[in-house]
Design a protein around this ligand. Structure first.
Ligand code: DAH
Length: 342
């Protein structure tokens, strides 16, 4: 028995020392010290021995168990500490910065809309909103757009199944809604989405953004319009921007004007984008038509005001020399990441 135990001890300790992986060691531990393990069985057998045998064999078995446990622990520590040994030959620079998380950012259009709002709020304007699903009256009739105007055509407007509803074709109906519910003095801008039955190309999209401006009081006039637009557009696009007001026509203003700005691509010298003119068309504006004031419940003999409406994508395209409107909606990170984070 003594010999057997000695033999078992040498064998076991050797096997433990030779174990190559933690898993191998764990299997060995189960084989020796598990419920039906070799050592466990031996220990259980002690109770059947004579008193004299117990003194010698019992002591030896218990010592063997302790030594085996110690050997297992020792080998397991060795194995664990050497499991990364293969990396020792590789250079690992612990001072390298980690991989940065990719933070999201506001869409350039969202950011620009906020800049527009800040710019006009600094000029004492407030931000107003209106519904994207409009009715015929606010989108057309109240804005002095006659029944036979081409904009009312099925070809140009996205009509709802339930007439007179439609997707607003411009932000101008917000003017009417605001005047219906507010007394002058009025100073608002209304940014928002508008919809047109257009085919998609580099400059057209069936959904895009506009912002409308409206200022109404007793003496509001064209010089106010010119001053406000000059300050705002210089702040939004370029501090050296020059504005040119050309007479034009929109049913809801009289006189109607179009504003051109210095071509940012050639700084007004003339290039292919501005067709050598040095100017780019920027927005429509004018003095609110008396019929429009009347439809909104204001007396045109007491009040007068100006209005303007501009395409937000177009402004951003001019500002950043972007040549395709589709880039705004495709959400290609290579495009979006060219805009600053904040
Ligand atoms: N609503 C016009 C459009 O969508 C833009 C516009 C022109 C708005 C002149 C105005 C304005 O307020 O006075 O094309």
């Amino acid at each position: 028995m003594k010999n057997h135990l000695e033999q078992l001890r040498t064998q076991t300790l050797e096997t433990i020392a030779k174990a190559k992986t933690v898993q191998e060691l764990e299997a060995l531990e189960a084989q020796l010290l598990g419920k039906k393990g070799e050592l466990t069985t031996l220990l259980k057998g002690i109770k059947d021995l004579t008193v004299e045998e117990k003194q010698v064999v019992g002591k030896m078995t218990n010592e063997l168990k302790k030594d085996v446990e110690a050997a297992l622990l020792c080998r397991s520590e060795e194995l664990r500490s050497s499991q990364y040994d293969h990396l020792k030959d590789q250079f690992f620079d612990t001072s390298l910065p980690g991989t940065r998380p990719h933070p999201g950012r506001l869409h350039p259009l969202t950011k620009f809309i906020r800049e527009i709002e800040d710019t006009f709020m600094a000029l004492n304007f407030t931000v107003a909103e209106g519904p994207e699903i409009e009715d015929d009256y606010h989108n057309f009739s109240a804005l002095n757009i006659p029944e036979d105007h081409p904009a009312r055509d099925m070809q140009d407007t996205l009509w709802a199944k339930h007439i007179p509803y439609l997707l607003r074709t411009h932000t101008s109906p917000v003017q009417i809604r605001y005047m219906e519910s507010h007394e002058p003095p009025i100073r608002i801008i209304c940014p928002g989405r508008v919809f047109r039955k257009d085919d998609v190309d580099a400059t057209h999209s069936p959904m895009f953004h506009q912002f409308e401006g409206l200022m109404v009081d007793k003496t509001t006039n064209l010089t106010h319009l010119k001053g406000i637009l000059t300050i705002a557009l210089r702040r939004l696009i370029h501090p050296d921007l020059e504005l040119r007001f050309r007479s034009s026509f929109f049913p809801f203003v009289e006189p109607g004007l179009e504003v051109d700005v210095t071509c940012v691509l050639c700084a007004g010298k003339g290039c292919s984008v501005c067709k050598q003119s040095g100017w780019l068309e920027m927005l429509g504006c004018g003095m609110v038509h008396p019929n429009v004031l009347k439809s909104a419940g204001l007396d045109p003999n007491v009040y007068q005001g100006f209005a303007f409406g501009a395409g937000i994508e177009r402004l951003l395209m001019i500002k950043h020399k972007i040549n395709d409107i589709r880039l705004f909606y495709e959400n290609d990170p290579r495009f979006l990441e060219q805009f600053p984070l904040v």
